[in-house]
Write a protein that binds this ligand. Structure first.
Ligand SMILES: Nc1nc2c(ncn2[C@@H]2O[C@H](COP(=O)(O)OP(=O)(O)OP(=O)(O)O)[C@@H](O)[C@H]2O)c(=O)[nH]1
Ligand SMILES: [K+]
Ligand SMILES: [Mg+2]
Length: 435
């Protein structure tokens, strides 16, 4: 399963840059350094080296070279980084020279991290945390990813696993000594107590309103209302650029237009939509169908209607926030939230309100469960533990032991101890090359 090739890849993205980092990992790392950099530098220290094309001997670059001996390296194998000049020609020359070495090839997406996992350097939640960290667009997302990369979920799951292994040992001992009076009863009672306590702890963790998953996905705010309410104007004011066409013609917006923002460290996506009205225009009608689809996915809906032309929102949906637009047209202050895209009046208050709503929904990066995968496994674990408790209540020790085994298996899936091939392929395919 673990390829023995030595792999290399640019780790610093593509395009013109001052410095590019090329990463190498595998048993041939020392040979590669001897061949291209004239020797293996002192471990974990940057050394200035002249890189040469091994075939022609011509100088490729002056580079900073670092050698990371295994097994204490990121991948667990010997590895190296070449910090070269970031021009396309230099990079291509170094990559070409590495590619010509025997047993050396370009890495696949996520292959360095995959090796780290397979060599036991990271558990699966840490790998997922690393993927999330690379994708993180806001501070709270990065904080959550770092906690997971640091092993928060992995440690919790391991501690539950240890407790469960103890409970399983108790149950098995009780079955072995079934005819020795009080001993089995007290062992079963101890196992049952542990199963009940763990089920309770896991259920408490699951009662988090999916904050961790939602922080990864972002908070979705849909701008909706009648035509010409000023939805696109507000979107542009929030985005601070001309993201959507504004015009006095009702029915201007047809496609939903998305703008991703960072609201106080939280990822918020604003979606401008086609104004809602009865219309014979087929294109506008399709736009309205799309508006309705977006409304279904929204975490919050800004329902906009102008101060001088009211059109109230549908009642009874807590996601809706009613905003009166074009407040510059009529000075009378009512009870509604008012704003003007033209003067900026009311927009700071709106952003405050949305920050609070997003913060309540997404948390600030403190959730333990960050993926549906974790949630399903924990649900299965808690269900199996509840069944085990019920089985013990009617003296079915064998059944209880089987359910505890299932619960253990569910926990093992989270950390990557069991059944992970399918997860790995999906996860690493989403990584970038060089990670
Ligand atoms: N006075 C004033 N006019 C505004 C304000 N916001 C928008 N308008 C005007 O209202 C008209 C419609 O604005 P849009 O932003 O296109 O409205 P919309 O809701 O996106 O319209 P549709 O996409 O057609 O549904 C334009 O002429 C804007 O200049 C505002 O705050 N004050
Ligand atoms: K319009
Ligand atoms: Mg519009």
């Amino acid at each position: 399963m673990l390829s023995t090739d030595t792999i290399f890849a640019p780790a610093s993205g593509f395009g013109r840059a001052a410095v590019a980092v090329i990463r190498i990992s595998g048993g041939g790392t020392r040979f590669a350094l001897e061949t291209i950099a004239g020797g293996v530098p002192e471990p974990r220290r940057m050394s200035l080296r002249r890189l040469r094309d091994p075939e022609t001997g011509s100088v490729l670059d002056e580079a900073l070279v670092v050698f990371f001996p295994g097994p204490g390296s990121f991948t667990g194998e010997d590895g190296a980084e070449l910090h070269i000049h970031g021009g396309a020609a230099v990079r291509a020359g170094v990559l070409r020279s590495l590619g010509r070495m025997p047993g050396c090839r370009a890495a696949e997406a996520g292959e360095f991290t995959r090796r780290a996992f397979l060599n036991g350097r990271m558990d699966l939640p840490a790998v997922e945390g690393l993927a999330d960290l690379i994708d993180a667009q806001t501070e709270a997302q990065a904080r959550q990813a770092l906690r997971q990369l640091g092993g928060e979920l992995g440690r919790q799951v391991e501690s539950w696993r240890e407790d469960l292994i103890g409970a399983l040992a108790d149950l098995e001992a009780a079955l072995d000594f079934a005819d020795e009076g009080d001993v089995p009863a007290s062992l079963e009672a101890r196992a049952g107590g542990a199963a009940r306590r763990l089920a309770g702890e896991i259920e408490a963790v699951l009662r988090d309103s999916r904050r961790g998953e939602r922080l990864r996905e972002g908070f979705v705010v849909v701008l909706a209302g009648p035509p010409n309410a000023g939805k696109s104007s507000l979107l542009n004011a929030l985005a601070r650029r001309d993201a959507a066409i504004v015009s006095p013609v009702p029915g201007t917006t047809r496609d939903a237009i998305e703008v991703a923002c960072d609201l106080g460290g939280l990822p918020v996506t604003f979606i401008d939509t086609a104004g809602l009205r009865e219309t014979e225009d087929v294109v506008e009608r399709e736009g309205i169908v799309r508006t309705r689809a977006r409304l279904d996915q929204a975490d919050a809906v800004l329902w906009l209607d102008p101060v001088d032309d009211p059109c109230p929102p549908p009642a009874g949906d807590p996601r809706y926030i009613h905003l009166r637009t074009k407040s510059d047209l009529s000075p009378a202050a009512g009870q509604d939230l008012r704003l003007s895209a033209r003067t900026g009046d009311g927009i700071p208050e709106l952003l405050d309100l949305l920050s609070r709503r997003a913060g309540d929904a997404l948390g600030t990066g403190d959730a333990l469960v960050t993926r549906e995968r974790h949630r399903r496994a924990l649900e299965r674990c808690a269900e199996a533990l509840r069944r085990a408790v019920d089985a013990l209540a009617v003296d079915q020790g064998e059944l209880a032991a089987e359910d505890v085994r299932l619960a253990l298996r569910a926990l093992g899936e989270i950390t990557g101890r069991v059944d992970v091939e399918a997860v790995l392929d999906r996860l690493f395919a989403a990584f970038c090359i060089g990670k």
